[in-house]
Write a protein that binds this ligand. Structure first.
Ligand SMILES: NC(=O)c1ccc[n+]([C@@H]2O[C@H](COP(=O)([O-])OP(=O)(O)OC[C@H]3O[C@@H](n4cnc5c(N)ncnc54)[C@H](OP(=O)(O)O)[C@@H]3O)[C@@H](O)[C@H]2O)c1
Length: 339
């Protein structure tokens, strides 16, 4: 059997530069395991990384993608928890196991500061891994590490969501669809926005309680106040960035929480401090989550037999077409790539 495998590398800051390369299969040492990666999923972050907009610290060539799922095919001599044949996913930040976030943990984020998952084999420390819930395929599992853990952290860790509260989710990308699914599982009321009436109909089928087309209802913040009897929502899952943040400060209730996650409509611009001060709004920055959060989320996913929403699956050689599909914004939920 050949000791070579296929990895995909971003050669320069343009996703069209992603090229197939050959690497030598590494041997796991000590507490490490060797994973045969079966599927990865794409996040908006892949576009930010490929455009050189994610961090100045990123260097090319780089194997992109934070999210992947696979099977353990070899183990180091000191592994205790995992064995050959186990189905696993690495945490987005392999060194953030639990507790509060740290800069050292953040600097291990896959597919940015270190090589990511768009390759057939990776070696990982077993402390960075979680088991795949039994009812999920590799493709479904590959959607979880970034978008789902981020939604989980925003709702239940930093957002402290309680049953009966009201949450606003924006658009129909990966983070927002997971936030809708988890919020409904937890007994919350969900207000969901989209630029497309067809997508709003799908959100309704998934249990969203109030739907707003943010293209045709430009003042969607006023609409949120209307459907909440002038009160506003308890929690905003804020993924829009500069184009939505100000309106989110209008749509949240007095003393409510905005979990600041994304920059889909831009990263610039300012937010007036007046609303934050006078309405006592709590704005919290979210950076994905720890392995401990990932494990807690997987228990809930298992208990509810929850299934991620996959929009479309591509083969690895179609990675550029897959990223074009992500960039178009036509998707609903997650885009997966088989390896
Ligand atoms: N902080 C973190 O840890 C973290 C983790 C994950 C993601 N993120 C960030 O969160 C954001 C979402 O990531 P993702 O991977 O879920 O994105 P995604 O799947 O690419 O989301 C795309 C969708 O977002 C919606 N959208 C675009 N502009 C919008 C706007 N102005 N208002 C409302 N919705 C809008 C559109 O939905 P419709 O077609 O329905 O309009 C679009 O289809 C990105 O900025 C990403 O970088 C941050």
């Amino acid at each position: 059997m050949s000791d070579k495998y296929t990895a995909y590398e971003l050669q320069s800051f343009d996703y069209k530069s992603i090229a197939k390369t050959e690497r030598t299969i590494p041997k796991p040492q000590g507490h490490q395991v060797l994973i045969r990666v079966k599927a990865v999923s794409l996040n908006f972050r892949e576009l930010l990384v490929a455009r050189g907009h994610y961090s100045k610290a990123i260097k090319t060539p780089l194997v992109p993608c934070s999210d992947g799922a696979g099977e353990i095919v070899a183990v180091g001599e000191n592994t205790k928890k995992f064995k050959v044949g186990d189905r696993v996913m690495p945490n987005f930040m392999p060194d953030w196991h639990g507790g509060p976030p740290t800069l050292d943990g953040a600097r291990t984020a896959l597919g940015a500061f270190v090589d990511g998952m768009l390759q057939q084999y990776v070696v990982m420390d077993e402390a960075s891994l979680v088991y795949i819930p039994e009812h999920l395929s590799y493709q479904e599992a590959a959607t979880l590490p970034c978008a789902a853990v981020t939604a989980w952290n925003a709702l239940f860790e930093k957002g402290d969501l309680q049953p009966g509260q009201t949450v606003l989710v924006q658009g129909t990308g990966g983070v927002s669809i997971f936030a809708l699914q988890f919020a409904k599982m937890a007994g919350a009321t969900v207000i969901a926005t989209s630029s497309s009436d067809d997508k709003l109909a799908r959100l309704k089928d998934m249990g969203a309680d109030h739907l707003i087309n943010y293209k045709t209802t430009e003042k969607w913040d006023a609409e949120v106040l209307k459907v909440t009897n002038g009160q506003g929502v308890d929690l905003v899952i804020e993924v829009g960035g500069s184009g939505t943040l100000e309106k989110s400060t209008n749509a949240v209730k007095f003393g409510g929480i905005i979990c600041v996650i994304g920059v889909l409509s831009g990263a610039g611009g300012g937010v007036s401090p007046i609303n934050l001060i006078m309405r006592s709004i709590d704005m919290k920055g979210i950076f994905v989550g720890s392995r401990t959060m990932f494990e807690a989320m997987n228990r809930a996913i298992t208990n509810h037999k929850m299934r991620p929403v996959i929009d479309k699956t591509f083969e690895a050689d179609q990675i550029i077409a897959a990223l074009q599909h992500l960039e178009s914004g036509a998707h609903f939920g997650k885009i997966v790539v088989n390896l």
